[in-house]
Design a protein around this ligand. Structure first.
Ligand code: NAP
Length: 493
């Protein structure tokens, strides 16, 4: 099916409806918003296999993966709804008055987080449900009390349209204002540009490539009124192999990493793209088993033509650099739009001097960097940019020998994993999915779990308000029974 780009006048109307809806939706109670968000999850489930079949055709992903991804998307929606009702996310804070204070009386000041306005969302091609039309950013924005304008990803417009219909049913079923969700199409950058530049847009949530995320961020900074752009972008997710732990179980880690590099044809933002080890028997064995495992993995069609072409260009770019050797690739020949499971290797010296090797190669590819010692590993760390994740394979002996290494690595990333793999992002209140630039344009936040709501709110203080004019969240009797910071003490009283 062909989808026409939304015209500029239609974008104008969509933004207008989104703004009008925001004015109504923001004052719905937490219970009403939670019901709306849960109903979206219900409607997504009611789409059954029909939407899965469309997503399989559009994204070339297998049935089980997409069913799992839809489940995860519904879980994220319900998680946001639960957190809304629990209420502590609002950071309701009350400093009671002290009229007798000298020399000046202290006023009554009460603060809570309030929604910022219509949020424009750009999803990524690699998660047609979880980072798309009803994905992490819309869930967080609705949770915050904002309306949402989604630009359907051109790689899965039909899936997006079906999800949009499900959201519209939830709007009707729960009596929400129509423009609380708007859906637009754009296979050309003009649509995205018009949305970001629109005066009624209050924030942007983007998931995708560094090129796209940074371009939209730069664009927003040219607006007469700047707005926050939360771009969640690519990452190389470095893995540091420390010699003692690796030497004890090189085969186990090699198999674990072969699966993590190539799972979903490597099309995850958390795919381990750089593996940094110290020369020795453990690393040699790890490399030998990893190479053998990679040879056994069959190429599969990638998400879309553009991703497949970019994969080949970037992989070839890395392989053509001096000092880089192809260690292993799939024994099966790959069709033109298929990924080529592969690993290459280089030395720490080459890596440090060649920034091309630091870039994300989105697909089933990883670069192994061989260091002579811990000092060289620290040198590599000092040349890395901000990351979504870093992983350390180490035992107690390694950590004593590599004193300070964990601290150095933690400066780089939003999530640090010990003795595991970075792929697989748990949805929950404690998750951090975002990191220092260029992993995200604002590493203070993340896009997964209820913390993501914080991107679309601002603190608002009421001073000297009588009880009946305050929102329920800040009223004296605490009618919602939520946790609040009253005179610097957390309480439900
Ligand atoms: P993408 O090509 O950047 O596309 C994302 C969206 O942004 C699309 O709607 C795209 O529209 C739009 N866009 C891109 N460049 C633009 C520009 N200059 N101006 C206006 N709009 C623009 O990303 P993708 O290929 O879908 O996803 C793969 C990337 O996403 C990988 O790098 C992966 O690591 C990253 N990712 C990150 C996360 C995370 O949470 N950090 C999660 C998943 C994926 P067009 O298609 O029309 O270009």
């Amino acid at each position: 099916m062909m989808y026409q780009d939304t015209t500029l006048p239609a974008i104008e109307s969509a933004m207008d409806r989104a703004y009008q809806a925001f004015l109504k939706y923001r004052s719905k109670s937490a219970k009403e918003k939670a019901l709306f968000i849960r109903t979206i999850a219900e409607e997504l489930e009611l789409l059954g296999d029909a939407v899965i079949e469309v997503a399989m055709r559009e994204a070339h992903l297998p049935y089980e993966r997409l069913v799992g991804e839809r489940g995860r998307t519904c879980f994220q929606l319900r998680h946001v709804a639960d957190v809304l009702e629990e209420g502590s996310w609002l950071e309701a804070t009350i400093d009671t008055a002290q009229p007798e204070r000298t020399p000046l009386p202290k006023p009554d000041v009460r603060n809570m987080l309030v929604p910022i306005g219509p949020v424009v969302v750009f999803g990524a091609s690699n998660f047609p449900f979880a980072y798309s039309t009803a994905g992490v950013d819309p869930a967080a924005a609705w949770g915050a009390g904002c309306s949402v304008v989604v630009k359907a990803h051109p790689a899965h417009p039909e899936t997006s349209a079906m999800v949009a219909e499900a959201i519209k049913k939830a709007i009707i079923r729960t009596g929400m204002p129509e423009g609380v969700f708007e859906h637009v199409y754009g296979a050309n950058f003009e649509v995205g540009k018009a949305l970001v530049m629109h005066p009624k847009t209050a924030a942007v949530g983007f998931t995708g490539s560094y090129g796209g995320g940074k371009a939209l961020f730069d664009l927003a900074n040219q607006r007469p009124v700047p707005i926050p752009v939360f771009s969640e972008m690519g990452s190389t997710n470095p893995v540091f192999l420390l010699p003692n732990a690796l030497g004890n179980e090189p085969e186990k880690y090699a198999k674990m990493y072969a699966a993590s590099i190539t799972g979903g044809m490597g099309q995850f933002c958390t795919k381990p793209g750089l593996i940094i080890g110290i020369e020795g028997a453990g690393l040699d064995k790890f490399m030998e088993v990893l190479a053998e495992e990679i040879r056994q993995i069959q190429p599969l069609t990638m998400l879309h033509e553009g991703i497949a072409k970019a994969f080949r260009t970037k992989r070839n770019d890395v392989l053509s650099r001096e000092g880089v050797t192809l260690a292993s690739e799939s024994q099966w020949p790959a069709e033109v739009y298929e990924g080529i499971p592969s690993v290459a290797s280089t030395t720490a010296v080459e890596f440090v001097s060649n920034p091309t090797l630091h870039q994300e190669v989105f697909g089933p590819f990883a670069l192994l960097i061989k260091c002579q010692n811990l000092a060289q590993m620290n040198e590599v760390i000092s040349h890395l940019e901000g990351q979504l994740t870093c992983t350390v394979i180490a035992n107690e002996i390694d950590l004593i020998q590599a004193e300070g290494l964990l601290e150095n690595i933690s400066l780089l990333c939003g999530r640090l994993i010990l003795n595991g793999v970075p792929t697989g992002v748990e949805v929950g209140a404690a998750m951090q999915h975002g990191g220092p630039f260029p992993a995200s344009t604002d590493g203070r936040f993340g896009s997964v779990g209820a913390r993501a709501i914080k991107r679309f709110v601002r603190p608002f203080a009421f001073q000297n308000f009588p009880n009946h004019l305050l929102p329920d969240e800040l009223k004296n009797g605490n009618p919602l029974k939520i946790w609040r910071l009253v005179d610097n003490q957390w309480t439900k009283d």
